[in-house]
Design a protein around this ligand. Structure first.
Ligand SMILES: [Zn+2]
Length: 241
């Protein structure tokens, strides 16, 4: 075992209040693309950048174009959890991991068996009618043949996903702050910590070890007690619980 992974193993062995804070990099190993990364395909298929399409204003003005992108790039239901998801679920089951705070909306942590998952940016698995608040699952959204999925009441269905210009759910933020503040170890993984306010939650950590696992540099690297620049699935997957 290399030094970084060995140190991580020691930290996991020693501590019993771990919190994981993750982002897109956790799911790219499951084949879910990070829409923020540069992808030439987007420019060929869409007239707007993803950040524009995934905004509240755009959803209101061009719901058909929003849903064309959303169904194609976000509504990925056949993805499977990877080694990182499974190891985190195992750590929770063993009583070591207290919470997962994620910026991902794909539901893969729950699919892997994790129970306490705080989804800062919502989930593709929850969708609500904007008129009567009726719930629809992701399968319904995928199967719907209409350009814009509609409720039986005629209202437009909106994914429970935080779009640009929209605020984060207060209860989810509060629970995330509480978990991070009480954590003994905070493992940040698969995120470049570029998206606020999510990235700002790290400031509440006051525990023993800050671990950063990311292939590219993050603004928190210098604060980290342990920095591992390797694929997250490989690093977490190799842990013995
Ligand atoms: Zn309705």
């Amino acid at each position: 075992m290399e030094d970084g992974k060995k140190q991580l193993q020691e930290i996991v062995d020693e501590c019993n209040n771990l919190v994981f804070f993750g982002g897109a990099g956790v799911s790219t190993e499951s084949g879910i693309p990070d829409f923020r990364s540069v992808d030439g395909l987007y420019h060929m298929k869409y007239d707007y950048p993803p950040e524009t399409i995934l905004s509240h204003t755009f959803f209101k003005r061009h719901p058909e174009e929003f849903y064309r992108f959303y169904r194609d790039k976000m509504l990925i239901l056949d993805a499977k959890p990877n080694a990182a998801h499974y190891k985190l679920a195992e750590l929770e089951e063993k009583g070591k991991l207290k919470a997962i705070v994620t910026q991902n909306i794909d539901g893969l942590h729950q699919k892997a068996g994790s129970k306490h998952v705080l989804e800062l940016h919502g989930s593709i698995h929850r969708n609500y009618c904007m008129r009567c608040a009726k719930f629809y699952d992701a399968e319904y959204m995928l199967k719907s043949r209409e350009p814009v999925p509609r409720c039986t009441c005629g209202g437009v269905i909106k994914p429970d996903v935080v779009l640009y210009e929209e605020g984060l759910d207060t209860a989810t933020i509060d629970a995330s702050i509480r978990a991070i503040r009480e954590a003994e170890v905070l493992i940040i993984g698969g995120t470049s910590l570029a998206v606020y306010p999510a990235a700002g939650l790290i400031d509440y950590f006051n525990g023993k070890y800050l671990v950063v696992i990311n292939k590219s540099p993050t603004p928190r690297d210098r604060q980290a007690d342990l920095l591992i620049s390797e694929p997250i699935g490989e690093v977490l997957g190799g842990l013995h619980v």
